[in-house]
Design a protein around this ligand. Structure first.
Ligand code: ZN
Ligand code: ZN
Length: 347
């Protein structure tokens, strides 16, 4: 069972504007938001549009003062997490484009383009934060962590291999499996990193950087939802792919992913910080592995772990950034201060 996916054509004058199928379908490729095949596409579009943000909105001045006062361990964790996120967001931009090529629906292609654009903004935010806080050479070192840190490398290879399998052999099965890796990337692999940043913010440290992480977190939630929808639509059109083998693959992949994320959390968070227990972070990761598998429509890989063990984190995850200034920043000025000859001031 391995049917190849056809790419969406630039224009098909014989096909209707409203697509006939999510993959391997017919579509003129003309986009009319009032006449699209999937009723959830337009609300997603509106949401993504409303959530638009840019790193330039975040005033780094307080963080610039605080960063040198963080403990060496805090500084190290801070930079390693940024280094991790930089790689994941970079490949994510490209993955979204590759998936888009095979979606035979112009509205879903549009959503993939918006998603990819948001990943570009996420990458910009890492450059923005680093260029505010550290020297240019340190920044370059952080952007090499994906290559030089073995734990990070192992984790990232896990995702990139899944993506490559789809890119090199675009079948229905490989697309479905790659979406499982996507949901892990966007819905699980960022989470111990997020927890660390929220922990800092909770202690009134690096609040601007954490605000930025919060924006990224909010975007990623929508990205996960979007890929879950695509996954479900594909299975609806191709029920023959909803097999026991797929269920086992999902379970096994989430277990491996949680293990890799826990290894990483052990290295990055360990027992170095007061007020954040490694045990809780591990439970938090297993909880999210359960949430994501369940969202995809499969059984939970970890017995128990039905509630979020990091109760305090909820306030950070669910904050409505549009309405309240949760982090109590006095103002968000469109300036970045203390740009010391790092070349990023003219971005
Ligand atoms: Zn992202
Ligand atoms: Zn994303």
């Amino acid at each position: 069972m391995s049917s190849n996916l056809k790419t969406r054509s630039i224009m098909d004058s014989q096909a209707p504007n409203r697509s006939t199928r999510i993959i391997n379908g017919e579509s003129s490729n003309v986009l009319n938001w009032d006449d699209v095949a999937f009723s959830w596409a337009y609300p997603k579009y509106k949401k993504m549009l409303a959530n638009f943000w840019s790193p330039f909105e975040i005033n780094m001045s307080q963080d610039i003062k605080q960063f040198p006062a963080l403990s060496p361990k805090e500084q190290e964790a801070f930079l390693k997490i940024i280094g991790l996120l930089a790689l994941l967001d970079s490949i994510q931009t490209d993955y979204a484009g590759k998936v888009a090529d095979y979606l035979t629906d112009s509205s879903l292609n549009a959503l993939m383009i918006m998603l990819a654009q948001q990943e570009v903004v996420h990458n910009h935010s890492y450059s923005y934060v680093l260029s505010s806080l550290v020297t240019r050479s340190k920044q370059e070192e952080v952007f090499e962590y994906w290559r030089t840190e073995p734990t990070l490398r192992k984790r990232n290879d896990f995702i990139t291999n899944g993506y490559k399998a789809f890119a090199e052999d675009p079948t229905v099965e490989n697309l479905l499996k790659s979406i499982v890796y996507d949901v892990i990337l966007e819905g699980l692999f960022f989470y111990s990193g997020f927890a660390f940043f929220y922990h800092l913010a909770r202690n009134q440290k690096m609040v601007a950087s954490s605000t930025m992480i919060n924006y990224i977190n909010r975007d990623e939630q929508i990205h996960v939802d979007l890929f879950v929808k695509i996954f479900q639509e594909i299975l609806q059109e191709y029920p023959e792919y909803e097999t026991r083998e797929l269920a086992l693959f999902v379970e096994e992949t989430f277990k491996q992913a949680a293990k890799l994320e826990i290894d990483w959390a052990r290295m990055i968070i360990g027992n170095h910080f007061t007020g954040i227990e490694l045990e809780d972070v591990e439970a938090y990761i297993k909880f999210y592995a359960n949430v994501r598998s369940n969202q995809l429509g499969f059984s939970r890989p970890f017995e128990g772990y039905r509630t979020n063990p990091l109760k305090w984190i909820k306030a950070y995850e669910e904050v409505d950034l549009g309405k309240s200034d949760f982090f109590e920043q006095k103002s968000r000025q469109y300036t970045k201060v203390n740009v010391v000859d790092n070349g990023f001031d003219d971005l």
